[in-house]
Design a protein around this ligand. Structure first.
Ligand code: MLT
Length: 242
């Protein structure tokens, strides 16, 4: 099992691979929290407009659908919720179905749709998501969500943490994975602070979401992780615990 890291989402479908998609601040951390709160289906969309339309169409067959996500870090107009995991935890009663639209995280997940397996992961569910990836028997591509198509250090730091875990589970490292691991090893003892110092971390901090940074830096708080599946002929994240 070879482990590679993509600094930004792929432009072609990574056929045959197991993809671990990471948007540590905050989309895949939010996905983990939502699944732990009991959400059974999360539909990721590429745009805000698509998310609004999808919520309406799903609500005809479901009692209530949670519409959540962000633009520039804040909840878009008419959304039920932003992209804050700690705010979700303050009001933990959630419907069974959610639609999520974020700037980088949800497009990154969708860019891998069609790969052998796609996991939405974060440090919050490091161990269980890595075990699932190893059990798939495929080579693993860790996909960093990045920032609008460019390298984002926060995701690369988290990717390094995943590389370390996957190597401990028998994976073989490649150059791209070594790069992420080296970056992570310099910061592992003060991981939350390292996330905060990144460009995206600074922006998240300035918007008043320091609690989210602390939350997203927590390791192995949850067993559940999201797997990208197909429901109603659409990409949909469903919970898995191995
Ligand atoms: C994203 O998808 O770009 C992020 O999760 C943004 C954020 O929540 O700050």
């Amino acid at each position: 099992m070879k482990i590679s890291v993509a600094q930004i989402p792929p432009t072609t479908i990574p056929y045959g691979k197991t993809c671990i998609v990471i948007d540590v601040l905050r989309a895949t951390s939010v996905i983990t929290v939502l699944l732990d709160l009991g959400v059974k289906e999360i539909y990721p969309t590429a745009t805000i407009e698509e998310a609004r339309i999808l919520k309406k169409s799903l609500e005809t067959s479901n009692e209530k659908v949670l519409l959540l996500g962000e633009r520039d870090g804040l909840p878009p107009e008419g959304f039920d919720h932003g992209n804050s995991p700690t705010a979700l935890l303050e009001n933990p009663s959630v419907p069974l179905v959610a639609v999520q639209a974020t700037t980088n995280g949800t497009p990154a997940l969708l860019s891998c749709y069609g790969a052998s397996s796609v996991i939405g992961a974060a440090p919050l569910n490091l161990s269980t998501s890595c075990k699932h990836a190893v059990n798939s028997g495929n080579d693993v591509l860790i996909v960093c969500a990045g920032l609008r198509g460019k390298f984002a250090e926060d995701d690369m730091l988290a990717a390094g943490m995943f590389v370390e875990k996957l190597v401990s589970l028998g994976g073989t490292i490649t150059d791209s994975a070594t790069k992420a691991l080296t970056l992570y090893k310099k910061s592992e003892k003060f991981f939350a602070e390292s996330l905060r110092r990144t460009e995206h971390g600074q922006k998240t901090f300035e918007l008043g979401f320091n609690n989210d940074i602390e939350k997203c830096a927590e390791i192995d708080k949850y067993k559940v992780f999201g797997v990208l599946s197909k429901i109603f002929d659409r990409p949909c994240i469903i919970p898995n615990t191995n």
